[in-house]
Design a protein around this ligand. Structure first.
Ligand code: XIL
Length: 315
């Protein structure tokens, strides 16, 4: 973070109160160190299944504790996330809705949550993962029942509840130029043209060692040319584990982290980079991508890997 701040950017990580409070003190030591991280994202505790598990009954306890803890250490926050297809409670996915009733549910959720955290979130990932790989809209419950208008509805509700927060649409596999990133760009342009409150595009950055797109700066530049701030919001660069040649794989991973950091550095409106957790001990990758892991700059013992230096010395 100390390097990033000199360029007017930030370096951040994702976590939750279970990490900060319970899991271990090494995590907290690294997360609170201002030379390492300036910004925190809640990994899970601001998602719908946690915050409104029962319709109309809101529970912000876990996120409140994490945010209060982070604020004590001078951290800023990215709120994550308000409308997504995943981590939804059964009352949403299994409910009987029409466009009017589901719009009310969506607006009530966003208004209540964003109001609760008003003034504390620098950014909100308002919409998460709205596209398919081919650039068509993901047919999630919001799209099926409300149609593509669920996106401006969500953004307007968030802006009304906290006019100072910068509002983002967050997506994966949009690092390079491809049909999905083009769809994201076109959505941003059309929202802007319609006067919908939208400030930024979150590029998740769940990447694979040796397969990092080479056209990131060009892609980021077309987002910026359309008037968007951008942020790398969930960076991790995974490999097959255990790697056949750890030294070589870790060296390639360091180069890949540097490539991403460079793309943010040369993009003036790239606000910063968030890695999706700190160490290979807590990463979500092995649980979701079988046989893959070692994706983060700190290893399972919280020791810095070559990836850390690739990133830190470049950003
Ligand atoms: C992941 C969390 O890290 C896991 O703990 C959880 O089980 C599933 O979600 N894209 C996102 C994040 O936007 O919210 C996801 O986080 C990772 C993929």
């Amino acid at each position: 973070n100390s390097f990033a701040v000199r360029r007017g950017k930030y370096f951040g990580t994702a976590g939750d109160w279970v990490y900060a409070n319970v899991m271990n003190c090494t995590w907290s030591q690294i997360a609170t160190d201002p030379s390492e991280f300036g910004v925190l994202t809640t990994g899970n505790s601001q998602k719908w299944d946690t915050t409104e598990a029962t319709q109309g009954v809101f529970n912000f306890d876990a996120a409140d504790q994490f945010v209060a803890w982070g604020l004590k250490y001078g951290k800023k926050f990215r709120g994550h996330t308000l409308v997504w297809y995943n981590q939804l409670p059964a009352w949403v996915t299994g409910g009987t809705w029409n466009a009017t009733t589901l719009t009310t549910v969506l607006q009530n959720h966003i208004t209540t949550e964003v109001t609760h955290f008003k003034g504390k979130m620098m950014h909100w990932d308002v919409v998460n993962e709205p596209f398919n790989e081919d650039g068509t809209y993901r047919s999630n419950i919001w799209y099926q029942i409300i149609g593509p208008d669920y996106i401006p509805i969500a953004l307007r509700a968030a802006a009304a509840a906290d006019p100072a927060a910068k509002l983002y649409i967050n997506e994966y596999n949009v690092e390079g130029v491809n049909p999905k990133s083009t769809a994201l760009l076109n959505l941003f342009k059309s929202l802007k043209a319609a006067g919908v409150p939208i400030h930024g595009l979150g590029i998740q950055g769940h990447l694979i060692v040796g397969q990092v797109p080479t056209d990131m700066p060009a892609n980021f530049n077309r987002f910026v040319a359309a008037g968007a701030d951008i942020a790398i919001t969930e960076l991790d660069i995974r490999m097959n584990v255990p790697p056949v040649n750890q030294t070589a794989s870790f060296a390639q991973q360091a180069a890949d982290y540097a490539t991403v950091a460079y793309a943010c550095k040369v993009t003036g409106r790239c606000q910063g980079i968030t890695i999706w957790d700190i160490s290979d001990k807590n990463s979500w990758i092995p649980g979701v991508f079988a046989g893959q892991g070692d994706a983060l700059p700190w290893d399972v013992n919280y020791q810095k890997k070559p990836a850390y230096y690739g990133l830190a010395t470049t950003l």
